[in-house]
Design a protein around this ligand. Structure first.
Ligand SMILES: C[S@@+](CC[C@H](N)C(=O)[O-])C[C@H]1O[C@@H](n2cnc3c(N)ncnc32)[C@H](O)[C@@H]1O
Length: 356
């Protein structure tokens, strides 16, 4: 899969150290705009967060859906709407944000402040899936957030492996309604087994080690060659107990954070996944605040990212500098790739007050 970094955003030169320490409050004060750093273009209004409730007849959304399946080693297979078919049927879809047409016209994978890239599965998602497979992480009983979820594969995996609740957040409401929710539904088929007791006893770990070498190949074959070919869903999907564990949100991180903090009790997540979300340094303050406020004291943030995002300016080194300066999290590298454009998976843990 190729990615087009035809960003509607000039290269960011902002050092994260210059970024405002009170992103949430100040962004609100700033007349609710996201600065793209380009004064010649009108700033986009901040996308107000909202919760999305799956439609009352959710099965209708995935009847006849054309989907692919990605299988990573011993992980449960994950289904997601086929991207090509999705693009071809874009004009038939409800799209209050008008991003489907706009991204197709501009042939861009990201339009800052308008569309943040959630319609595609980005490659670091696969890195993180592989790492979870390798380490045998299971999610039994955990509260999980897939932050910047796009297609939602990471959250869906946690759901299938027994998470207590999974919340999905994407910038765009069209992504949530047209892609994330249908993908969750596709994976909630009654014939799907939710890994639970076996996983808790470490079954995944043993399989991971055996299949380590072939793992990446499996992923590429399934996804890039669509082999086996995409399937049509014909299963009755009206009964979805797994769906009751999910909440779906769209909107900018600042307003998302404010919205979920209003719920009673406010959520604290044991696991936060965030893949390919640190490309824009101007988002670091609010992203950091969101992670800080929503992570449970012993929770883990799994961050999958490229070293550098050309044309946008963000990347792991700048984000690590930012995190270090804030002094809230420890960062450990779990995986550092070395082919082509470097990719990484890191984990963030909250420092205890006695550590600081
Ligand atoms: C490049 S996409 C990655 C999608 C998905 N995680 C993946 O790996 O396939 C980046 C995601 O980050 C989220 N995002 C980026 N900036 C955001 C912001 N300022 N507020 C809320 N979400 C944002 C969007 O939801 C978008 O889907």
């Amino acid at each position: 899969m190729s990615f087009c970094f035809n960003f509607d955003l000039p290269a960011q030169t902002t050092s994260p150290a210059d970024a405002d320490g009170n992103g949430l409050q100040n962004r609100k004060k700033d007349n609710k705009t996201i600065s793209t750093g380009n004064n010649t273009k009108p700033a986009e209004p901040v996308k107000e967060a909202k919760e999305h409730h799956p439609p009352s007849s959710p099965h209708l959304q995935v009847v006849d859906a054309v989907f692919e399946t990605v299988t990573v080693g011993a992980l449960p297979p994950l289904r997601f709407l086929n991207e090509t078919v999705f693009e071809k049927t874009a004009s038939d879809r409800e799209d209050g944000e008008n991003i489907l047409l706009r991204t197709a016209e501009q042939r861009s994978d990201l339009i800052s402040g308008v569309y943040e890239g959630g319609l595609k599965v980005w490659e670091c998602t696969y890195d993180l899936l592989e790492l979870i497979e390798r380490d045998g992480e299971t999610f039994g009983g955990k509260s999980v957030l897939d932050l910047g979820c796009g297609a939602g594969l990471l959250g869906i995996l946690a759901l299938k492996r027994g998470a207590r609740q999974v919340h999905f957040q994407d910038y765009n409401s069209t992504v949530i309604e047209q892609l994330t929710v249908p993908n969750v539904m596709l994976n909630c088929q009654e014939d799907d087994e939710v890994d639970s007791d076996d996983d808790k006893e470490g079954r995944g770990k043993e399989k991971t080690q055996q299949q380590d070498v072939s793992r990446r190949k499996n992923v590429k074959e399934d996804v890039e060659d669509s082999n086996p070919p995409p399937k049509k869903s014909a299963v009755d999907t009206s009964q979805k107990p797994l769906l009751t564990k999910c909440h779906f949100y769209s909107g900018d991180w600042s307003t998302f954070l404010a919205l979920v903090l209003k719920t009673e009790p406010p959520p604290k997540y044991d696991v936060i996944f965030t893949s390919e979300t640190i490309y824009n340094t101007s988002y670091y303050p609010v992203l950091h605040e969101t992670l800080h406020k929503l992570l449970a004291p012993d929770g883990l943030v799994y961050l999958a990212t490229k070293s550098h995002y050309f044309g946008v300016g963000g990347g792991l080194h700048l984000f690590e500098m930012f995190v270090e300066q804030r002094g809230v999290f420890y960062v450990d590298h779990l995986w550092d790739g070395d082919e082509g454009l470097q990719r990484h998976v890191v984990v963030l843990r909250l420092k205890k007050s006695k550590d600081t």
